[in-house]
Design a protein around this ligand. Structure first.
Ligand code: HEM
Length: 137
């Protein structure tokens, strides 16, 4: 079946157990037939009926098998209109700016420690040299 483009409003109309869509990572899935088979129970799927369930899906840490099941239920892609909610979670593998900043912070902290350590070693060496010269005199 060809993939359709659906808006949030289109997806929201499929919110009953007999007609159940959800959005995960901006893709639209028809999970009607899967509700009774879901190992996590039907309740959680009904909770996200017609909505973006990316966060709920990723929070559970679903297996690759679960992701393969998803592929079979794919019916369309989400068309975002201005004013629609933004994606709930970053795409898998995406590096968030916060993570970037953190690693940059660690990098400069490490640089600082090496610099201070080097300076301390230098002054300790100088001091010992002075002591030695003083003893010899
Ligand atoms: C809509 C697509 C979904 C598919 C295809 C799916 C598929 C699966 C599969 C195959 C499992 C078995 C364990 C695994 O392989 O990871 C599972 C477990 C589970 N799922 Fe989902 N799931 C979906 C959505 C959700 C959502 C939206 C929630 C919301 C919280 C959820 C909650 C759970 C929980 C709690 C389990 C663990 C059950 C247990 O181990 O007792 N699932 N799901």
């Amino acid at each position: 079946m060809a993939l359709q483009e659906l808006t949030y409003q289109d997806v929201a109309e499929h919110n009953t157990k007999k007609d159940l869509y959800c959005v995960i990572h901006d893709k639209v899935y028809d999970i009607t037939k899967f509700v009774d088979e879901h190992p996590g129970g039907e309740e959680v799927l009904l909770d996200v009926a017609g909505q973006d369930s990316t966060e709920a899906f990723e929070d559970v840490g679903h297996s690759d098998e679960a992701r393969e099941t998803l592929e079979q239920l794919l019916v369309g892609t989400l068309k975002r209109n201005p004013g629609d909610p933004k994606p709930k979670t970053p795409q898998p593998g995406a590096v968030s700016p916060a993570a970037n900043n953190q690693s940059a912070g660690l990098g400069s902290a490490l640089y600082f420690v090496i610099l201070i350590g080097g300076a301390a070693a230098y002054y300790a060496y100088q001091y010992l040299q002075q002591q030695q010269t003083a003893q010899q005199a």
